[in-house]
Design a protein around this ligand. Sequence first.
Ligand code: HEC
Length: 154
Amino acid sequence: MIKIIFILALFLSSFIGQVAYAENTEDVIKYRKNIMKAIGSHISIIAANLKGKVSINEDILPHSKSILLTLSSININKTFPENSGPNNSNNTQSLENIWTEKDLFSNAMKDSVSKAENLVIAAESGDKKNIAKSLGALGKTCGSCHNKFRKKKN
Ligand code: HEC
């Protein structure tokens, strides 16, 4: 029995070691793309209601909050670590200036977070015109970061 526990402990510790080690470039690239895609999906959900494609308006507030929560919880250092740019992988649209102009990148993120805050306030008011305006303003911040820090898709 003791032998089994010992072997199990050995197995587990090597597994934990591997988990810590396993964070490779491709995984973190996929990971951050998933975060971005999630944000994009929340935006599409809100937009579908604003355009009247569906009328499930009670979804606007939770999805606005989700955008704020998701954007504001992005840890740039961990989500965009050094050596996960275009020199290290063909699967990223991130541009190298994310790492050479870190402050600008981080400010672009802050700008987006603050516009997401405004979107939540508008969503709480329930005024669709205001929501549309705030969503547009948020969308601009996505676009301006992408213009500067993301490779254009051909
Ligand atoms: C501070 C910069 C920044 C902000 C702000 C930002 N993004 Fe991004 N986004 C990026 C970068 C960089 C990539 C490329 C990631 C990669 O390929 O490594 C990206 C990629 C994406 C992608 C493509 C994901 C894929 O599968 O390739 C989508 C969709 C996206 N962003 C949506 C959004 C939306 C919507 C917003 C605004 C609410 C937003 N982003 C705000 C920097 C930003």
